[in-house]
Design a protein around this ligand. Structure first.
Ligand code: GUN
Length: 290
């Protein structure tokens, strides 16, 4: 088994971006600017957004964090989005999800200017992805494709099973892997909670992407010997033997699956850092496009 090391790969990408930003600055140009809107105080969202801001600082981007209370009205949020759409000093922005129940996430997503939608969530960008046109690809699937590319993993003609059909990960991942591209050209099965014979199906996969958000769901008997296993899950499980009181686990039972797989992403240190690097790549792309 070999590790698909997302941590070191993402460091390489961040260095490449930082070098490009230095070059831009030396030419007298302003740096790329990412803004993030965070509503409320959800612990996981706080961490994700703090990391996004930190990543921007590290590569030399400008960043803005715009916070709202949980009680913010949909109208107020849409007004801020309209401001960011019009702000020429902002290249791209994200609205961290999930949002409080009284706000319509779809309405928020469609109000973001597609040219600044570095999350790749708005209908125009998802449509472009389906059509194979230039677009912003959602950060997690984009990061996985980059990882497969940088490790030169053969995907052509392979059977790729994507577990989970979310708009953010599973669905775009299935589209990307089936496209006529490298990586890509796989025969893709998009499996989900209603899929029959799920275990047997997974065991046929040459490439298995686990994105169902169920900790340690994928066991060794679900994995074909020599498969490439991509673990998108990340869950905190209580663990009193750790000083932190928890350990992070993915959607895959790492130790036993690693014995069968040819390649596997660890958790943490696999898909997570690649996702973070992808958002930076998308922001740089937005900057260069605009
Ligand atoms: N919540 C969980 N993942 C994401 C993401 O990639 N982007 C946004 N905006 N919210 C999220």
């Amino acid at each position: 088994m070999q590790i698909l090391d997302g941590k070191s790969c993402s460091e390489q990408i961040r260095q490449e971006i930082a070098d490009q930003v230095s070059q831009l600055k030396s030419e007298g140009r302003r740096p790329p600017h990412l803004a993030a809107i965070l509503v409320g105080n959800d612990g996981a969202s706080e961490t994700y957004v703090a990391n996004k801001v930190k990543d921007c600082q590290q590569v030399g981007f400008e960043s803005s964090l715009i916070r709202f209370d949980n009680s913010v009205s949909e109208e107020e949020l849409l007004t801020k989005i309209a401001e960011l759409n019009a702000d020429e000093a902002v290249d791209g922005f994200i609205v961290q999800l999930p949002l409080p129940g009284h706000i319509d996430e779809h309405k928020v997503t469609v109000s973001i200017d597609p040219r600044k939608d570095v999350d790749g969530f708005c209908p125009e960008n998802v449509g472009n992805l389906c059509l194979g046109l230039p677009t912003f690809v959602s950060a997690t699937p984009n990061g996985i494709m980059e990882l497969l590319a940088r490790y030169d993993i053969e995907t052509e003609g392979k059977h790729c099973v994507v577990l989970g059909r979310s708009n953010i990960v599973g669905t775009p991942m299935a589209i990307l892997m089936s496209r006529n591209s490298k990586p890509g050209n796989s025969t893709v099965t998009l499996a989900h909670s209603r899929t029959a014979n799920l275990k047997a199906l997974c065991a046929e996969a040459d490439i298995l992407v686990a994105a169902i958000g169920k900790p340690e769901f994928v066991s060794a008997d679900m994995v074909k010997p020599g498969a490439v296993v991509i673990d998108v899950g990340i869950t905190r499980l209580a663990d009193e033997s750790r000083t932190s009181g928890f350990r992070l686990v993915g959607d895959v039972q790492f130790d036993s699956v690693a014995e069968k797989a040819a390649w596997i992403t660890p958790v943490p240190g696999g898909v997570g850092p690649m996702t973070r690097a992808s958002l930076l790549q998308n922001t740089l792309k937005a900057y260069l496009r605009n």
